[in-house]
Design a protein around this ligand. Sequence first.
Ligand code: PGA
Length: 247
Amino acid sequence: MSKNNRQPFVAGNWKMNGSLALVADFNEKLNTVNTRAQVVICAPSVLLHAFKSTAFSIGAQNVSHLDNGAHTGELSVSMLKEAGCEFAIVGHSERREDQGESNSLVAQKAAKCIAGNLTPIICVGESLEVREAGQVEAFVGQQLDALIDVLSIDELKQSVIAYEPIWAIGTGKTASPEQAQEVHEFIRGYFAKVDAELAQGLRIVYGGSVKPENAETLFAQNDVDGGLIGGASLKAEDFISICHAAN
Ligand code: PGA
């Protein structure tokens, strides 16, 4: 399967930003987006109810690995489904850092999503320290191993992988198209060792300071199937032009 057979994927990650007013703005503007890409907005959970999405899907930024019960502050897959989510980001580096989420917890969350028919957008990526030590493949490989240990081939086929180098997130320092392609190719190759068909069909998107100005060249790389967009997903016009860049 060539790149052209994988539907491009562009997701916005609002993080702890946004408001009902911003949702209203997106409802109006994003419903006219004209792109081949599958488009998703991952907003704070308390805003999800206000989206009226016909041209895009909505997603959560995190989900519990548990079903229900005494877990104050957590949200389950079934709750997010009821709220209209079709996707959930799992293992974002900010949660790995701030909440100490481990590789195995991230894999459990992804498994819980798939069991409940929610598509996980699974984030991996290295810090600057790891990159400078020449350890990118070893580090990302470990993150992938945890997924391969827990998820079946069929479950992996139902996932989206986001490669997000931590040093490029919110810093304005985008990975060059070559740097992104190098790691995306490594990730696809890693899954190819598990199953060739899985690797060919798997959507691997790039995240880290994607903007309207750099999206097209990043998305044009052979193994880059779209993006996970933070800062630039907070302005409808910018996000729409990034969605168009995925054509
Ligand atoms: P950024 O964030 O686009 O603001 O760098 C990307 C992300 O963290 O998903």
